[in-house]
Design a protein around this ligand. Structure first.
Ligand code: SAH
Length: 368
């Protein structure tokens, strides 16, 4: 068994100060009580924050001025945008933001005809070391706090509402596919999921069905998530169906093998009734062979069940300095055909944000 201490031991960098979004409703009331204010002020504050997406206490006119000043203490600015870039005719917007200690991370807001999605980071950097991913090359800087994760979503919801995507839109989807391994920052990510999916005034009220947590396959953490009873969508970054190659593409495979990961995915699907999404970055001549497509389809049918799984192919987004490239179109088409022939749903992901280095695995890497 290979020990991977780096995976779990984030460097002990200080997390940011306490923020409203770190707290559940009971903790919120207690915090307001500590300030000597009546507890119902906590609900008022939450209504403004989660319902109106605002942190500007001066607009909270139902709260007396003196109390507003006190409540400001629960709204430190944690996620400060330092750079915004757009592409795809304004339908994709990347925000580079800075944390209280100068840590940098990114979020990407994407508009579609029928929905608006934000891709958020769960850690600054990442300890998983996948060789094709730009974030993986720099190692883990620190975990993000619950509020730093929720703040990315709140700011995206406000931006979408205010027309940042060209017209007012409601933020409907959140994907944990930015920087970091969400299940390696488990407690904070689960608290953030609760804040994101609880109805206002306790949370942002985004349907759990619209929230996707993407993981390299940390098996015990997937099982813990299964037990949380949060029906979010689980995405597993498989990238190849065989252990030999996966040991190098997703190094945590040295700890939890393909069959164990698929077993955990099946338990998740059965418990939640939600289809698991299998992420597969197609890399030319590395993992795009017809036999791998056949093996993928066979294993998914067998180990998860065709009803409970969907393959999401991602054309590789080449990272600077790597010799790897996306598969040619005919190879990609044949791969899709073979997975479908096995009776497993398979689609190719639309790759937004390439021109602004906002595509998969490139978040913040261009800034170092
Ligand atoms: N750590 C999590 C979530 C972050 S990345 C995970 O690995 O699932 C979100 C997805 O983008 C993952 O499937 C990841 O493997 C993929 N990805 C990373 N770098 C990529 C690249 N250069 N091209 C295509 N997909 C990439």
């Amino acid at each position: 068994m290979t020990a991977l201490p780096l995976v779990f031991d984030a460097p002990r960098r200080a997390l940011p100060p306490r923020h409203l979004a770190d707290l559940d409703p009971a903790q919120r009331r207690a915090a307001v009580g500590e300030f000597g204010l009546p507890e119902f002020r906590a609900d008022q504050l939450a209504r403004h924050y989660f319902g109106r997406f605002t942190t500007d206490v001066d607009t909270m006119t139902d709260v007396p001025a003196a109390a507003r000043e006190t409540l400001r203490g629960l709204l430190p600015s944690l996620v400060v945008p330092v750079l915004e870039q757009s592409c795809d005719d304004g339908a994709t917007r990347k925000t580079l933001w800075k944390g209280h200690d100068g840590t940098r991370a990114e979020s990407v807001l994407m508009g579609y005809p029928d929905r608006a999605t934000v891709c958020v980071s769960s850690q600054a950097g990442c300890g998983m070391a996948c060789p094709f991913c730009a974030t993986g090359q720099g190692g883990l800087e620190r975990n993000l706090s619950t509020a730093e994760i929720v703040e990315q979503v709140r700011q995206a919801a406000a931006a979408a509402r205010d027309g940042a995507l060209g017209r007012p839109a409601r933020l409907s989807n959140v994907v944990f596919m930015g920087m970091g391994e969400p299940l390696a920052n488990y407690t904070r990510v689960v608290a953030a999921l609760r804040r994101i999916t609880s109805p206002a005034p306790d949370g942002l009220g985004i349907s759990a069905r619209g929230v996707t947590v993407s993981t390299v396959g940390l098996v015990p953490a997937i099982d813990r998530l299964t037990a949380e009873g949060l029906p979010v969508t689980l995405a597993v970054s498989l990238h190849t169906p065989d252990d030999e190659l996966r040991d190098t593409l997703v190094p945590v495979n040295n700890r939890w093998k393909v069959s164990e990961v698929l077993g955990a995915a099946r338990r998740y699907a059965q418990a939640t009734g939600r289809r698991v999404s299998i992420e597969y970055a197609l890399i030319r001549d590395v993992n795009d062979q017809p036999w791998r497509a056949d093996l993928l389809g066979k294993l998914l049918r067998q180990d998860i069940g065709a009803r409970f799984v969907h393959v999401n192919l991602i054309p590789l987004n080449p990272t600077p300095g790597s010799e790897w490239d996306a598969s040619p179109r005919p190879v990609q088409d044949e791969f899709v055909r073979r997975v479908l022939a096995a009776g497993v749903a398979c689609t190719v992901r639309d790759t937004r944000g390439r021109e602004i280095a906002a595509a998969c695995g490139q978040l913040a890497a261009s800034q170092v």
